[in-house]
Write a protein that binds this ligand. Structure first.
Ligand code: NAP
Length: 312
């Protein structure tokens, strides 16, 4: 058993990320009471069946009453309506955090609805799979991954420290940075790769039937990894692109320029240009492996069957 960090934690949204954290909190006894709330009664029933919490309340305002920590685990596009609903019901001193993949948006969408005396500590556990919903979660999801917190300057240090200790207790490494910087970094490391995967798989989809069959048959040649990324939740990714527009567009612009340079090297048979570029990128992979970010995680039996780590 680890140290109890919170008396009462309320989850708003209990999909892949929320249910994984709830499982880890209950496994390690990090809170005395876990309340689960979500939009649809069917999902709440599923959470009850999986024993993800101690109590289950559909109304988010009811669910957050008396909670020391409220963890918003919905898609980014739902955060504002959730904040609007829970704001008046928050206990003085309550910490509100989230797991959303973009961070400027939380400050814009959640911040204004929090009463005086409550603390906003936005967070992003950089861990995930392409699966969604409460059944998809597992307590080991966060092991050895990074969690980024983006509190505004002046946020109560005790509140930030409690959120930090929570993520550390479930196995994460912590980093604190500004929300704008977060969105820029994740724009290139996560959002752009997803956009590229969605594009390539979309292009393959549009091919003639006979070629499409061959694409699937020979997918182990590289395409397979793109299909896994492009199988990620459409609502979540729609919201990410709409909420990190500037950084994604800037990275996309740079990417397009670099792609044009490679296109040109291929056209003119500039093997040395291609070789130099590929040798440089190989080094990046080495760095990723050295930092243990190449896919080391402890899978559950279910996880072993089909999921591979990805990130949102
Ligand atoms: P998910 O599995 O699809 O779960 C989303 C949860 O939010 C469900 O419980 C859903 O409930 C609930 N929800 C949806 N709309 C709602 C609303 N309007 N009000 C209240 N609840 C609502 O999603 P997830 O993968 O856990 O992602 C959750 C957040 O984590 C997202 O913001 C995402 O950016 C971030 N994130 C995801 C990953 C990843 O790899 N998946 C990684 C890091 C961070 P119902 O079923 O009741 O509709």
């Amino acid at each position: 058993m680890s140290e109890v960090l919170f008396d009462r934690v309320a989850f708003i949204g209990i999909g892949l990320i929320g249910s994984s954290l709830a499982r880890a909190i209950r496994r390690d006894g990090l809170a005395r009471h876990v309340v689960v709330s979500t939009r649809r009664p069917e999902t709440l029933d599923k959470a009850r069946e999986l024993e993800l919490g101690d109590s289950y309340i559909l109304d988010p305002a009811e669910a957050v009453k008396g909670a020391n920590l409220v963890m918003i685990c919905t898609p980014i596009g739902a955060q504002e309506s959730v904040a609007q609903a829970i704001g008046p019901a928050l206990m003085p001193g309550a910490i509100v955090s989230d797991v959303g993949s973009t961070k400027m948006s939380v400050i814009r969408d959640v911040g204004p609805y929090l009463p005086e005396g409550c603390h906003l500590v936005p967070g992003h556990p950089v861990a995930g799979t392409e699966h969604s919903g409460p059944e998809a979660g597992f307590a080991e999801l966060f092991q050895d991954r990074w969690c980024i917190l983006t509190p505004a300057p002046g946020t109560d240090p005790e509140a930030v420290d409690l959120v930090r200790r929570l993520w550390e207790a479930v196995g994460m490494r912590l980093e604190i940075m500004g929300p704008e910087h977060h969105d820029k970094v994740l724009g290139i490391t996560s959002h752009l790769p997803h956009l590229i995967a969605y594009t390539i798989v979309g292009t393959a989809c549009a091919l003639e039937e006979d070629v499409k069959k061959e694409v699937i048959k020979f997918s182990a040649g590289g395409f397979r990894d793109f299909t896994r990324i492009a199988a990620s939740d459409p609502v979540m990714w729609r919201d990410i692109f709409l909420n990190n527009k500037e950084a994604v567009l800037e990275m996309l612009q740079r990417f397009t320029e670099d792609l044009t340079a490679l296109q040109r090297a291929i056209r003119w048979g500039e093997g040395d240009v291609l070789y130099k570029h590929f040798a440089k990128t190989r080094e990046i992979r080495r760095g990723v492996v050295e930092m243990h970010q190449a896919g080391t995680f402890i899978p559950t039996e279910k996880d072993k069957k089909d999921a591979k780590p990805s990130e949102g």
